[in-house]
Design a protein around this ligand. Sequence first.
Ligand SMILES: [Zn+2]
Length: 238
Amino acid sequence: MLSGGSYLESYDMIDLHTHQSWPGYSGMIRIRSFQFSEIAELKTFTLPFSVGIHPWEAGDGGLDLALLERWIQQPNCLAVGESGLDKLRGPVLEVQIRWLMAQAQLAMSHSKPMIIHCVRYWNELITIRRKFPEVPAWIIHGFRGKAELAAQLVRHGFYLAFGTALMEESAALAEVFAQVPVTRLFLETDEGDATIEEVYTIAASIRQITPEQLQTAIINNFNTVFGNDVLPRLASTH
Ligand SMILES: [Zn+2]
């Protein structure tokens, strides 16, 4: 895939999930995450993005799957989400499940991975994932759970994205991160203040590999999850 190493050189850092619209330096891919309330106001967007109905807004009026689908169909929409389930915030579980399944259906029909926000509804999430085997991948964003949960999710085929919590939190999260198979990892900045370079640096030091090795591994994961054609396509437009 890395013909002549050119994609590796031009794209060495992937930020799976950010809420800032800044394009990043050359060499970065940043997936800008939009919630439904944002696309209702937005006319166009030319950078890579994901879009979904966040579980916190799943009880709001005016949610419109046809509008969501129009955004999902755009070539620079790389994933559906963040979507998911949250036990501490948002409408009742039944409503959250209904919107999550509707979005998984869209992800399936348009062959796009899901980026997932999940708080304490893990069994429900695993059950729903099983109903949609054709969705290319399910990535848990902002993972900060325990080792057993990480292992369980990996066993069920999920990818895990870690972010700035790696810098803020206890050694426990670092230990969890060190044990996740490198083939199932992504890194992200989300709403944190740290840069993606800082996240890569700390993440590589936790795993005792070089940032370059981590970049290569995550580019491989990106190609597996999003398809081999995506980085070359972004390289020609970035
Ligand atoms: Zn987010």
